[in-house]
Each structure stands twice: as C-alpha cells, then as structure tokens.
Design a binder for this molecule. Structure first.
Ligand code: FMN
Length: 174
C-alpha cells in the first residue's frame, strides 16, 4: 500500500515520467492508510480541550506538514457531519503560534503574501475548529544582515507575542 505522498518514476517509449501521488491511492477506502491516519488525527483532536499548533511561514504558505494535517482532519463522517455539513470538532481551543521571517504588515511591499495565517481558518472552517493566533514576525532580522534595520520591530513583535503567551498561561484564580 502506498503511504502518504509517494514519488514514483516510470518510463514509456523512451520517456521518463514522474508521478506524485496524493496521500495514498485508496484515499476513500475505510481500510486505507490515509483513512486510518485521519481517524487518528481526529481522535487526537477530540480528546483535547486545547490544541497548540506551531505555524511557521514557508515559501509564503503553510509547511507541507501542517497542510497534510489539515487535509487529513477535514473528513466527512469524522470531523464534518455529512448530512448537515456541520463541523464536529468545535468547542475546543486551537491556539496557533505563528512565526514568519519577514514582515507582511499593511503598507509593506509583501502585504498579502502570507498565505498561511489567512488560509488556516478557512481550511478548518468545515470542522468548526476556530484558530486563535499569536504571531511573531521578522524573526529573520537577527540573522539576516539585510534586515538589520528591522531588528527593533522584530524585538517588538516577539515581545508582544511573548506577552500574549504569558496571558494564556496566567494562573487561573481559584
Ligand atoms: C523552508 C523555509 C521557507 C521559509 N519561507 C519563508 C517565507 O516565505 N516568508 C517568510 O517570511 N519567512 C520564511 N521562512 C522563515 C520562517 O518563517 C521563520 O524562520 C520562522 O521563524 C520559522 O519558525 P520557527 O522560528 O518556529 O522555526 C522560511 C523558512 C524556511 C526554513
């Protein structure tokens, strides 16, 4: 059985072909590897009252691991009621710690180029999971000499994110 993304090569009439198969070849089958992973991920989410997700920005989008997790999680019959199309994973907290090397604030040259943070709520909407974000940006300012002048903004962004994280872990009054 083919697991996850398999990259196959074949040749025909002297030409070489590359095939990228999505997840596995029997994605719909109840006994497929894909379906059993989906069940495992959905069960993990159902067992949690809080989910903590790290979301770095890679090539202006989510890392393939996060994309794959979401593709497994949106599953009619397990996380979405197929009759009503109502999400079955609501009522729990999904806290996303997002980090991106550059800056994407309004008015900057790459405003709108972050396709990870705006994408996630849409991608998970069918499941009723509603992510909350704590974001640090300009994380590459310290290591990239071309971003040296952005170091103060990067420090500000990190400090703000850390303050928000502290609020999340503040002791709950008895
Ligand atoms: C493969 C790869 C691709 C990246 N692509 C981008 C990008 O498109 N835009 C950006 O702002 N930062 C990009 N970065 C930088 C990361 O978003 C940044 O280092 C972030 O802080 C990573 O999260 P971490 O600190 O939790 O590892 C990339 C980093 C890697 C490793």
């Amino acid at each position: 059985m083919l697991q996850h993304c398999c990259y196959l090569q074949s040749s025909c009439k002297g030409r070489r072909y590359a095939h990228l198969l999505h997840i596995d070849s029997s994605i719909q089958g109840e006994l497929s590897v894909s379906r059993s992973l989906t069940k495992q991920f959905v069960e993990e989410v159902l067992a949690a009252d809080t989910i903590l997700l790290g979301l770095p920005l890679y090539n202006f989008g989510p890392p393939s691991s996060v994309k794959s997790w979401v593709d497994h999680l949106v599953a009619p019959g397990l996380s979405v009621d197929p009759a009503t199309m109502t999400g079955m994973l609501g009522g729990r907290d999904l806290l996303v710690l997002a980090a991106r090397g550059g800056g994407y604030a309004p008015g900057t040259p790459r405003e709108g180029w972050d396709h990870a943070e705006p994408w996630l709520p849409h991608a998970l909407s069918l499941t009723a999971l509603e992510p909350r974000f704590i974001t640090a940006e300009l994380t590459l300012a310290d290591s990239n000499p071309q971003m040296a002048e952005l170091k103060p903004l990067a420090a500000e962004s990190l400090a703000a994110a850390q303050r928000e994280i502290d609020v999340q872990w503040a002791p709950i009054a008895a």
